[in-house]
Design a protein around this ligand. Structure first.
Ligand code: PMP
Ligand code: GLU
Length: 399
């Protein structure tokens, strides 16, 4: 049969984070001892009280369709969390629960971006933002912030990127892939610009809120000048080590939450009823597990930065959140492998590190910034030590 893949899907790049992780798993299945620093997911088990809530949900027959935007009890718990932890007010009716923050993001983009609309994306950015905007027919507008500015855009850069076609800006702090965290003062600078452009939707991806070593977190929703058009994206994947449960949400202006519900009602209905009850337990139960995991991530951050700094040629910033390091690797570009193959790009380097060094990383190009690689340090201290030893040896073998 002739294949008929839509132009929409043909235009889409596959997820590089998932692809690299898949490749690493394939090598492992062939018996190669690969350390996977590619996919960003906590290595911790989901806390026991959350698992128990899911088991109870099954026994209590929470097994039917739920309302499309999620159980009211979960949306109330999220609304309370947002108010108490972040100082932002979103009624339960303004919250739509989805299959992960990924679907929440895509829902909001599909529900508000028209073909030709521009979406400002500070780069480097998580692999899926650009593709989601393209899926909606929108135009991603990159604003670059490299390591020299700690991967954070300035108000002047933002102002310069705004046009009459700008429909949305996507801000991720703490950031995937760089770990950078905007301070309150830095956010204030951006908000000052956004306040002058009342038609821009501000999408704040706060999924790494709780993996933050600065001791404070400012939600973009907490600035009254723009609060009526801030969409907060968050979920349980990272904070509660629940990536497989697939629960995320958007908290949005009511008109947008309603549009998102209409869209989701036609293509995926509700997120899993059982996972929703587990997420409710995550939000209403003890938060000690979150603090404990954060402490472990901070220790690993210190370790990975120290080891990366000891490798000649790598330029390393100090990430203050998430669980990624985004070293600049351009000193190694143009060199040759022991087999005589040229490392022309950071993608070549990531592939070389996987095939020869047996460490899976992700090319910075996948995040819109060539000349860097991303390491996810959400793994054991021993794995981090061994991975960095292998990376150092593989890089030293380039000439
Ligand atoms: N946003 C960012 C920045 C992420 O890194 C991720 C992780 N994949 C997501 C959203 C989506 O998270 P999930 O769908 O697992 O909730
Ligand atoms: N957020 C993670 C990452 O960047 C998970 C994989 C994905 O969904 O892209 O690796």
């Amino acid at each position: 049969m002739t294949t008929h893949i839509s132009e929409r899907v043909q235009a889409l790049a596959p997820s590089a984070t998932l692809a690299m992780s898949q490749k690493s798993n394939e090598l492992k299945a062939q018996g190669v001892d690969v350390i996977n620093l590619s996919v960003g997911e906590p290595d911790f088990e989901t806390p026991a009280h959350i698992k128990d809530a899911a088991k109870k949900a099954i026994d209590d027959n929470f097994t039917f369709y739920t309302p499309v935007p999620g159980y009211m009890s979960l949306r109330k718990a999220v609304s309370k969390k947002l108010s108490e932890e972040n100082g932002v007010e979103y009624a339960p009716e303004q919250i739509v629960v989805s299959n992960g923050a990924k679907q929440a993001l895509c829902n909001v983009i599909l529900a508000s971006v028209n073909p030709g609309d521009e979406v400002i994306i500070p780069m480097p950015a998580w692999v899926s933002y650009v593709e989601m905007v393209k899926l909606a027919g929108g135009i991603p507008v990159a604003v670059n912030a490299d390591i020299s500015q700690d991967f954070k855009i300035t108000p002047a850069q933002l102002e310069a990127a705004v046009t009459p076609k700008t429909r949305m800006i996507l801000i991720c702090s703490p950031s995937n892939p760089t770990g950078s965290v905007y301070s309150r003062a830095e956010l204030e600078g951006l908000v000052e610009v956004l306040a002058k452009h009342p038609d821009i939707i501000v999408m704040a991806d706060e999924i790494y809120e709780h993996i933050n070593f600065t001791g404070s977190f400012t939600s973009l929703g907490s600035f009254p000048e723009i609060a009526d058009r801030v969409v907060i994206i968050n979920g349980v994947s990272k904070a509660y080590a629940m990536t497989g449960w697939r629960i995320g949400y958007c908290a949005a202006p009511l008109w947008l939450a309603k549009a998102v519900t209409k869209l989701q009602g036609q293509y995926s209905s509700n997120a899993s009823s059982i996972a929703q009850k587990a997420a409710e337990a995550a939000y209403t139960g003890s938060q000690e597990c979150v603090a404990e995991m954060n402490k472990a991530f901070e220790r690993r951050r210190n370790l990975v930065v120290e080891l990366a700094r000891a490798i000649p040629g790598l330029k390393v910033n100090v990430p203050h959140g998430a669980f990624y390091l985004f070293p600049e690797v351009s000193a190694y570009l143009g060199k040759k492998t022991p087999a005589g193959k040229e490392i022309a790009t950071s993608a070549d380097l990531a592939m070389y590190l996987l095939e020869e060094g047996h460490v899976a990383t992700v090319d910075g190009g996948a995040f819109g910034m060539e000349g860097y690689i991303r390491l996810s340090y959400a793994t054991s201290d021993d794995n981090i030590r061994e991975a960095m030893r292998r990376i150092a040896a593989a890089l030293a073998a380039l000439a």
